[in-house]
Design a protein around this ligand. Structure first.
Ligand code: COA
Length: 176
């Protein structure tokens, strides 16, 4: 079954959400309106929680997890993703917080307690080490990811366009 409970808590899906039948969602996960989850995504909300904002898409083969509460960090590291975020193919998001209108390039890894502010692009294959804060309005690339340059107006516009393209695509899938 794609959508499974952990300790009696089931993922909750708002209106218009699309979840591919090959992906697996477990536990304390809340998907806001028009979120799309593409084939072979694994999202495990067991030892903490996952929240995904409206119109965000999580593309094929991505893995979403989090870190449990500990003595040093009683809240642990939940995974919180904002609105209109594009999570590219085969991305690893672990216990981080993403703002709105962000593109995470294919194959990127974003680790615990990273904060990505609004309107950021992370290049394909980048690695963002634990606890880093990525500043709004910039492109980051590399391993470890470094600030490359400010985003131009076309790139900023593309962030919303990419999210709305995926809303349209998931509507086509939902319509069969
Ligand atoms: C980073 C990115 C946004 C392109 O930025 P750009 O400024 O147009 O890149 P350019 O092609 O002009 O390249 C600029 C330099 O960065 C390098 N570069 C490009 N992408 C890079 C990446 N992901 N990581 C590291 N370096 C990268 C280029 O090789 C080039 O290096 P050079 O100056 O030594 O030749 C793009 O390559 C990318 O990674 N996009 C993500 C797309 C994606 O994964 N979408 C989600 C799935 S739909």
């Amino acid at each position: 079954m794609t959508i499974r409970a952990y300790k009696g808590v089931l993922p909750t899906l708002a209106e218009g959400v699309y979840v591919d039948e090959s992906s697996v969602l477990v536990g304390d996960i809340v998907l806001a309106k028009d979120v799309s989850i593409w084939p072979l995504v694994v999202a495990r909300g067991d030892v903490n929680y996952i929240r995904i904002g409206a119109r965000t898409n999580v593309q094929d083969g991505s893995v979403l997890h989090l870190s449990r509460p500990s003595n040093g960090k009683p809240e642990g590291s939940p995974l919180i993703i904002g609105e209109d975020v594009t999570v590219g193919h085969k991305v690893m998001l672990h216990g981080c917080t993403l703002g709105n209108r962000i593109l995470i390039g294919m194959g990127a890894i974003v680790m615990d307690d990273v904060i990505v502010e609004d309107d950021v692009i992370i290049g394909a294959g980048s690695l963002v080490p634990p606890g880093k804060r990525l500043q709004s309005g910039y492109l980051y690339v590399g391993s470890p990811a470094k600030q490359a340059r400010p985003l131009n107006d076309n790139e900023k516009a593309f962030l919303t366009e990419s999210a709305s393209n995926y809303v349209q695509l998931k509507n086509e899938y939902l319509a069969g």
